[in-house]
Design a protein around this ligand. Structure first.
Ligand code: 6R9
Length: 643
């Protein structure tokens, strides 16, 4: 049992992992925080656990805001994820355990994955891909996607993975920005029983892109006409006679490993640049320590490879650590709402890393689905992507973790590359809703606009005050944007764009992106606080709040709420919910408006798009909706706007 050690009147729970968990934990000595005070020594020791062709000359060269970690060192990411495991028993250990949406399965040992990657790396070389050429990957969640990423890193070609749910236009922008000449895709993918036409999207994207040499197509669904003309070529045909003797390229520690595009507040998406040595050091260390990785774990990260979480904690971190990674193509509700729990039971998954939005969806469906399955193999849970409301944390802990599994709430970003703030489950107590404390060797603070640390309990902005190994090195082709966006707020301090506060125990409570802070009569109220209060009400499944312009208060709170399955919208419910929030937080946080709705507008990665809610609440025409996962969510909301 992980023990709840306090439950104060303010509804602040503190949990500690069980004695048994702590006894067996990889990191069980709290002295690690003290030890890592010497940051450079800590990271140097961690880097030395990787395989290097040549040792570095310096640990860090810091010319703010440009960092070089382990400069002069030479290594290869693919070699570290594959070759170095082949000497011992890991050679025959499963690297990837795959299940497709349609139920097909595949297992690849480290030896087999190494074989596939070496072959495909040779294929890419034979097609003329050279060190430094950017390769675009637009794939479903199938083993070939991982093979493609590692084949690129094997030959030193940075990959740019574009999420398989993105449109043709998004692919085109990214290909153009990266000047990529090769695209790796699949004929199609499966999603909720339908066929997603990936190759068709690529064809559409490439109209008007002159520079493309080759499109390599994996046969996933069996659309025979997916390969046409000179430009296209089937993956399986290229692989048929390919030799598996492609040695890993010796890369400088600071050579680019990949580019990953992420949306900013304005303008076109930014190509976040990650390099090799520091990134690999950061993701392997955090993956091992935070997920308490043991040799026999079956580790499942539900993120898509198109996001940073897929890069760092589905591919590079776990494979560098020799873990068995479970890879799943499908969705939680297909063919039934217990698919995740079925898979955990079937494969004996021991570590589950997922997002709060998924957990709240599971809550909405009710606990009967996980209850039908045996989840006893689970020993550790994780969350990422947005603040988790304590209600969802407690539900996850009880109904998925059987009150037995610690939960690591991990705060980080595409730009940070690695987890920055999280509990170490064998050492750090957990507070539902707080991502706890900075990882050893990471320095984070909460500062005000002018760069002064705020008092405990006061809201400010998350700052990373010292460089860290997996930090982004720049925005691809745009050093100025890198400087301005991340280092322009305070000199020499990284501006994360999140609001947060630190409590009396030094725990970080992330409120959300700075644009999600509502200022009501000069009081700052985090959307997450109000949302958390709302979802604590038994009728509520999900809630999203925004600040709506208000003549007197500056901003007023408008909330959009979906109800749990089986709950009818009673007439007095809206008032009841308003009073509930006022009772939970204080009258100042009482929403002026609460709208009951069927769906909330979300991005394909599950983040609520508050901008759209703001447009609706303020009666404006709705702006850009291209990032919406489900356009019908907005149609229903527009009716609210007209009321
Ligand atoms: C890894 C990832 C980054 C933004 C970040 C923050 C939010 C991520 C969080 C969290 C509260 C956590 N975020 N993890 N907020 N608690 N544990 O999600 O990267 O897609 O770049 O998003 O996500 O607002 O600034 P990315």
């Amino acid at each position: 049992m992980s023990k709840e050690i306090t439950l104060s009147s303010e509804n602040k729970h503190v949990f500690q992992s069980s004695e048994e968990f702590r006894k067996d934990a990889l990191i069980s000595d709290p002295g690690i925080y003290q030890k890592a005070e010497d940051r450079l020594a800590f990271w140097e020791e961690r880097a030395s656990t990787l395989s290097w062709f040549k040792k570095w000359d310096t640990v860090l060269e810091w010319n703010p805001p440009f960092a070089k970690w382990f400069n002069g060192g030479k290594l290869n990411a693919s070699y570290n994820c594959l070759d170095r495991h082949l000497a011992g028993p890991r050679a025959d250990k499963n690297a990837i355990v795959f299940e497709g949406e349609n139920g097909d399965t595949q297992m690849l040992t480290y030896k087999e994955l190494h074989h596939e990657v070496s072959k495909f790396a040779g294929v890419l070389r034979s097609l003329g891909v050279k060190k430094g050429d950017v390769v675009t990957i637009y794939m479903p969640m199938i083993p070939e996607a991982v093979v493609a990423m590692l084949a690129c890193s094997r030959i030193g070609a940075p990959h740019s993975v574009v999420f398989g749910g993105f449109s043709a236009e998004a692919i085109r922008d990214r290909i153009n920005d990266a000047k990529s000449k090769i695209v790796i895709t699949a004929d199609a993918g499966y999603r909720r029983g339908k066929v997603l036409p990936l190759k068709e999207n690529v064809d559409e994207a490439l109209k008007g892109v002159a520079e493309i040499d080759k499109v390599i197509v994996v046969r996933r669904v069996g659309l025979d006409n997916a390969v046409q003309g000179e430009r296209d070529v089937w993956y399986h045909e290229l692989m048929k006679d390919a030799a598996a003797d492609c040695p890993a390229e010796e890369m400088d520690a600071e050579d680019i490993l990949f580019i990953l595009y992420t949306s900013g507040t304005t303008g076109k998406p930014k190509g976040v640049v990650h390099t090799t040595g520091g990134y690999l050091t950061g993701v392997s260390t955090t993956h091992q320590y935070i997920f308490d990785l043991k040799e026999n774990d079956v580790y499942w990260c539900t993120a898509d490879i198109g996001w940073i979480t897929g890069h760092s904690y589905l591919v590079y971190g776990p494979l560098a650590n020799g873990a068995t990674v479970f890879l799943f193509e499908g969705t939680p509700d297909y063919p039934a709402k217990d698919r995740y729990w079925e898979l955990i039971e079937k494969y004996g998954v021991t570590i589950l890393y997922t997002a709060p939005t998924a957990i709240r969806t599971f809550m909405k469906w009710g606990e009967s689905y996980p209850q039908k399955r045996n989840l006893n193999s689970l020993r550790l849970l994780g969350t990422v992507g947005e603040p988790i409301n304590p209600e969802a944390w407690l539900w996850y802990h009880k109904h998925i973790g059987g009150e037995r599994c610690p939960i690591v709430d991990t705060w980080w970003q595409t730009e940070t590359g690695m987890i920055m703030i999280s509990a170490l489950p064998g050492v750090t107590d957990m507070k539902p809703g707080s991502c706890s404390v900075p990882f050893p060797g990471v320095k984070a603070e909460i500062l005000n606009r002018s760069g002064q640390p705020v008092q405990n309990g006061e809201v400010g902005f998350v700052a990373i005050t010292e460089p860290w190994p997996a930090m982004l090195r720049t925005v691809y082709g745009d050093d100025k944007r890198y400087k301005d966006t991340y280092w322009g707020t305070w000199p020499d301090r990284y501006f994360a764009g999140d609001g947060a506060k630190i409590d009396e125990d030094g725990y970080f409570w992330i409120i959300g992106r700075v644009d999600d802070v509502i200022n009501v009569s000069g009081h700052r109220i985090g959307t997450a606080e109000v949302e958390s209060a709302l979802v604590e009400h038994p009728a509520v499944a999900e809630a999203a709040c925004i600040g709506k312009s208000h003549e007197v208060k500056g901003q007023a709170i408008a909330a959009f709420v979906t109800l749990r399955e089986g709950v009818a919208a009673r007439e007095d419910l809206v008032n009841e919910l308003k009073n509930h929030v006022a009772a939970k937080i204080g009258a100042i946080a009482k929403p002026d408006e609460i709208h009951l709705t069927e769906e909330l507008p979300k991005t394909r990665s599950g983040k609520i798009i508050r901008r759209i809610l703001r447009d609706i609440a303020e009666g404006r025409a709705i702006g850009d909706t291209t990032t919406l996962a489900d356009a019908s969510a907005v149609e229903a909301l527009q009716q609210i706007g007209k009321q």
